[in-house]
Design a protein around this ligand. Structure first.
Ligand SMILES: *Cc1c(COP(=O)(O)O)cnc(C)c1O
Length: 399
């Protein structure tokens, strides 16, 4: 019998710290490993699987489109990409869509668009202000925008023109603004940084500052988008509208896709030859995107996520009383983190996995949940029971 983990250690780059599980198949919120052990999947492919695993709408869209056209190149029009662009525009504050294949690529596109805009309209302004602990992906431009030293330093020199300011500090953005600044780039809620919430009024303050200074506000909704926070996009709950928005993760129900959206007066600055990608806007991913997004909208899954969130948060908060190590429950919708008083998140995640729950140790002292938007009350209850047992097992003095 194949020892898959041994083969992975032999043949695959060792750049990920994988959990010792070989996943085989899934259904909704559940996945099974190659030994037949069942797990509740509260990682959701890192906020990707908005409809869970093997959803018939996603599976059917993939199968049907694969029999029609998988790839054509952007030398031609195809129906699915136009339909997905229309759906995104009709359900957001923005006017035009550029499709790519990942979140980092959507960020790269936004950086290029902002620089092109600065080149054309703002005397060559090119600087982008981003936040410390912000995360925007792993390509060189996205790493330059990412505000975590560990992801940046080994890869110097990075693209110039980025500065990083503390999260939730509007004055720092004001102080960092120069005549060369063209944009502010941030996540509405910092995801990889530990599910860090914006203080009330922070994003509105940035929007007002950008308006005052003529700067572009680029929102990275790669993790927060597609209903994750209880509205289709997180900006809707902040009383603001971005000028440019990046999407990826949940947009096509698990198939690789990225998208940059922008207002028409900004989008027009990208002209033929400026930017492109071979696989971007391919019929397979965009048809799956149409099916996923239509299902999310028609079934009001953002609202359902908000309701599920209330139950999840209430259950987790009740642990704060019983378990002193649980210090905080933060997040919005189905992007939730449990803060711990000790750096035991990795051990808790391992103990939860043994008990049949997949969760993510996003920080040494924080556990992140990003279940499908379709997660049931019963699944939430069971996940919380398992988490509690795992925390007790890891932190009880008897250990
Ligand atoms: C995941 C993520 C990215 C990067 O997306 P990839 O598809 O991994 O390139 C960028 N920004 C945010 C906020 C993310 O959560």
């Amino acid at each position: 019998m194949t020892d898959w983990i041994a083969d992975e250690k032999k043949y695959v780059f060792q750049n990920y710290g994988r959990q010792p599980v070989v996943l085989d198949h899934g259904q909704g919120t559940r996945v099974w490993d190659t030994d037949g052990k069942e797990y509740l999947d509260f990682v959701g492919g890192l906020a990707v699987n908005v409809l869970g695993h093997a959803h018939p709408v996603v599976a059917e869209a993939l199968a049907a489109q694969s029999r029609q056209l998988i790839h054509t190149s952007n030398l031609y029009y195809t129906k699915p990409m136009i339909a997905l662009a229309k759906l995104l525009v009709e359900n957001s504050c923005l006017d035009r869509v550029f499709f790519c294949n990942s979140g980092a690529e959507a960020i790269e596109a936004a950086i290029k668009l902002a620089r092109r805009f600065g080149h054309d309209t703002r005397n060559g302004a090119f600087e982008i202000i981003a936040t410390l602990d912000g995360f925007h992906g792993r390509t060189m431009g996205a790493v330059a925008a990412t505000g975590t030293a560990r992801y940046r330093e080994p890869f110097q020199p990075l693209a110039p023109g980025f500065s990083h300011v503390p999260w939730n500090d509007l004055d720092a953005i004001k102080a960092a603004t120069t005549s060369k600044t063209v944009a502010v780039l941030l996540e509405p809620i910092q995801g990889e940084g530990g599910v860090n919430m914006p203080e009330p009024g922070y994003l509105k303050g940035i929007r007002d500052w950008c308006d005052e200074q003529g700067l572009l506000l680029i929102l990275d909704e790669i993790q927060t988008g597609i209903g994750r926070t209880g509205t289709l996009f997180a900006y809707e709950q902040e009383g603001i509208e971005p000028d440019i928005m990046c999407l990826a993760k949940g947009l096509a129900g698990g198939v690789a896709i990225g998208a940059m959206l922008a207002r028409d007066d900004i989008a027009k600055h990208l002209v033929p030859g400026d930017h492109g990608t071979t696989f971007g806007a391919n019929p397979l991913s965009t048809a799956t995107g149409v099916a996923t997004l239509s299902y999310v909208l028609e079934n009001k899954l953002p609202e359902q996520a908000a309701r599920a969130s209330e139950r999840l948060v209430a259950r987790l908060r009740s642990m704060e009383d019983r378990l002193p190590v649980v210090t905080e429950v933060r997040g919005r919708g189905l992007l939730i983190a449990v803060g711990l008083a000790q750096d035991v998140a990795a051990d808790v995640v391992a103990a939860a996995r043994e008990r049949g729950l997949l969760a993510n140790n996003v920080r040494p002292n924080a556990i992140r949940f990003m279940p499908p938007l379709t997660v049931s009350d019963d699944e939430i209850d069971r996940a919380c029971d398992i988490l509690e047992a795992a925390i007790v097992a890891v932190t009880s003095p008897a250990k």
